[in-house]
Design a protein around this ligand. Structure first.
Ligand code: UT7
Length: 328
């Protein structure tokens, strides 16, 4: 039995941080940011008492309403995030509490920008095994919590948000039909990371003074790997399933850079009108980019039964992969 996405939802904070706002605190400009990344603005969760679990709970409540089910019916909660509220307990447990999903179990999954796709693959296994009927899969990050707003090479890129999908047993021939996930720590581990806060470098005055609790990346190197990794993963899904560009209703890619997204669409031979894009308004929300995109396409009634969707991601680790869904 395959798994299908049966409901979608999203949450983004109200506060908007525009490129022009960033011009006031950094040596950067709107034109550079838009041309190099495609980003115009991003959302920031300013309330210090709220974090990733709150954003997830908002998206999750919405999904329960949309599907008309109670929180008690959820069997499993998986959260793809690199910005959990705390190292432990898991964000999934905090969300369970906020929802009152008392029959669920849950855990967080650390896959960075591929965290949502990884979580979707994991969640689908429990549906396929026949042991779980309703799996809530979330991708969410409060990237503003780990952004160094004095570093123009990263501060312009990231934003906060959460997206959620509900997985249930699919009708015959629908749902998640194929996927292939990858990781390559050998090539990727030194190019995008947060150095401190884990067991190797616990928080100390030194880690704070040296700003080691913020994301750092070697943008150019990651860019080159991402262009190849995302496009290869997308083309692999098409070839494995005998799909041409004409057969694809939507490519739903991780949103790190508009140029990476365009290069992927180009390799797939599809027009940009068939690509889910929201990087201009949300920036890179890491685990949330793909579910935010799916939820928005769904809200706009753009996803039709039988549509072929290709989901692709690339991020820290490196982690990457592709998925083929026939929309139910
Ligand atoms: O989601 C996780 C995976 N991450 C990614 O996939 C991100 C991949 N990388 C990228 O998207 C791009 O590499 C960036 C958007 C991060 C950077 O774009 P780039 O075209 O690779 O720029 P660059 O780093 O080569 O910098 C070009 C120039 C440099 O100046 P010089 O050396 O040519 O004089 C930078 O110092 O632009 C300068 N620069 C900036 N200028 C204005 C760097 N950041 C900025 C800035 N504003 N914010």
């Amino acid at each position: 039995m395959r798994a299908a996405i049966t409901a979608t939802s999203k949450f983004v904070p109200d506060d908007v941080l525009t490129n022009h706002d960033l011009e006031k605190i950094l040596d950067t400009n709107d034109e550079w940011i838009k041309t190099r990344t495609g980003i115009s603005e991003r959302r920031i969760l300013k309330d210090p008492s709220k974090a990733t679990a709150y954003m997830c709970s908002q998206a999750a409540k919405d999904i329960l309403d949309k599907r008309g089910i109670s929180a008690e019916e959820i069997d499993l909660i998986i959260v793809g995030t690199i910005t959990p509220d705390m190292v432990f307990p898991a964000t999934a447990c905090l969300i369970q509490d906020m929802l009152g999903a008392k029959n669920a179990w849950g855990f967080d999954l650390s896959g960075a920008c591929s965290g949502f796709l990884y979580s979707l693959v994991v969640g689908a296994q429990f549906i396929q095994a026949g042991t779980h009927k309703k799996v809530l899969v979330l991708g969410a990050d409060k990237m503003s919590a780990i952004t160094d707003f004095t570093d123009r090479t990263t501060a312009i890129l990231f934003g906060d948000g959460a997206g959620a999908v509900l997985l249930e047993p699919a009708e015959e021939g629908f749902g998640i039909l194929d996927h292939h996930m990858y990781s390559d720590g050998t090539t990727g581990k030194d190019h995008i990371y947060m150095l401190a806060g884990g067991s190797l470098r616990p928080s100390s005055h030194e880690t704070v003074d040296k700003k080691m609790h913020a994301i750092r990346q070697n943008g150019k190197v990651v860019f080159k790997s991402a262009v190849v990794g995302m496009a290869d993963a997308a083309v692999e899904m098409m070839e494995n399933n005998n799909l041409t560009g004409d057969d694809i209703a939507y490519l739903i890619p991780h949103q790190a850079n508009h140029r990476i997204i365009s290069a992927t669409a180009n390799r797939m031979n599809i027009d940009l009108s068939k690509v889910g894009i929201n990087i201009h308004k949300y920036g890179n929300t890491t685990g949330a980019t793909i579910p935010l995109c799916i939820a928005e396409l769904d809200e706009e009634n753009k996803l039709q039964r039988g549509d072929n969707l290709i989901l692709v991601s690339f991020g820290a680790g490196y982690t990457w992969g592709g998925m083929y869904i026939k929309w139910q």
